[in-house]
Design a protein around this ligand. Structure first.
Ligand code: CO8
Length: 258
């Protein structure tokens, strides 16, 4: 049987795990893999059983970037006609929290992919970088923009212009990852966080995600107004009443996403 280049498993507790599986080329993101990954995100976004998503490349490597085999003969019009933005948009448009579990290399498009997640758990030996400059290219899926916004100009420009890699600890100090754990614990820890989120109100999680991601690129007064409106909307949900009631009754809340 042909090996799947992506697997997706939905666990019992509201967590789904997407795993990239092209180990021979270090999970290089070819067009087929990106299309399948987008399909998975769209499917999980619409799956009521999935409350949080873990994205991983497995225990050895997250992703070594775009598949360079595609770059030898590709022309501008080919790259344009792929409309790759639709694959990335499927991840950005996902309303559910995404936790990236990064082991090994997250380079180029792989680092950009990790940055699409809401939370990044990195194994101690993970390595991050945007090495496109070393092959006569530049980041093309948000690397120049997201890194600049996340790390500030001088840290971001050093990474993008030199193409050099940084360690998980350096990425942690710079604020590129949420936490660093032992390599063997990365996926387990990401699932644990996903389980924690899956136990919360899905509507509240979605509102946080939407407001945080939209608000960060807005002027502060508009972003604060957006936050206020989302906060107010939550008072009309059953989950909000259940949360307050459960707290006062000293029991676990049972959220229904309504
Ligand atoms: N594409 C295709 N094949 C790859 C890639 C890749 N990105 N990375 C590794 N491979 C292949 C190697 O060619 C090699 O193949 P073979 O066994 O046939 O020789 C195999 O994977 C193993 O690689 P190495 O022997 O080099 O393994 P190491 O563990 O020694 O090194 C590295 C791993 C450090 C990851 C190294 O392979 C490397 O530097 N890879 C290239 C990294 C890179 O330059 N990435 C950026 C690519 S450009 C990009 O991402 C642009 C993003 C644009 C938008 C996003 C679109 C998805």
């Amino acid at each position: 049987m042909e090996e799947l280049i992506i697997t997706c498993e939905t666990l019992d507790n509201g967590v789904s795990v997407i795993t990239l599986n092209r180990p021979k080329v270090r999970n290089a993101l070819n067009a087929e893999l990106r299309a399948q990954m987008a399909e998975r995100f769209i499917q999980l976004n619409n799956d009521p059983k999935t409350k949080a998503i873990v994205l991983t490349g497995g225990n050895k490597v997250f992703a070594a970037g775009a598949d360079i085999n595609d770059f030898l003969t590709t022309k501008t019009v080919d790259v344009y006609l792929r409309h790759s933005e639709r694959y990335w948009d499927a991840i950005t448009d996902c309303r559910k929290p995404i936790i990236a579990a990064v082991n090994g290399y997250a380079l180029g498009g792989g680092c950009e992919l990790a940055m699409h997640a809401d939370i990044i758990v990195a194994g101690k030996s993970a390595k991050f970088g945007q090495p496109e400059i070393k092959i006569g290219l530049m980041p093309g899926a948000g690397g120049t923009q997201r890194l600049f916004r996340l790390l500030g100009k001088h840290k971001a420009m050093k990474l993008i212009l030199t193409g050099d890699m940084i360690s998980a600890d350096q990425a942690d100090q710079m604020g590129l990852v949420s936490e660093v754990v032992d390599d063997e614990a990365t996926i387990k820890r990401a699932i644990e966080i996903a389980e924690q989120l899956a136990s919360y109100s899905p509507i509240a999680l979605t509102q946080i995600k939407e407001v945080a991601n939209l608000g960060v690129d807005m002027p502060l007064p508009a972003a604060l107004a957006l936050e206020r409106k989302a906060f107010q909307i939550l008072f009309d949900t059953e989950d909000q009443k259940e949360g307050a009631k459960a707290f006062l009754e000293k029991r676990d809340a049972n959220y229904k996403g309504q």
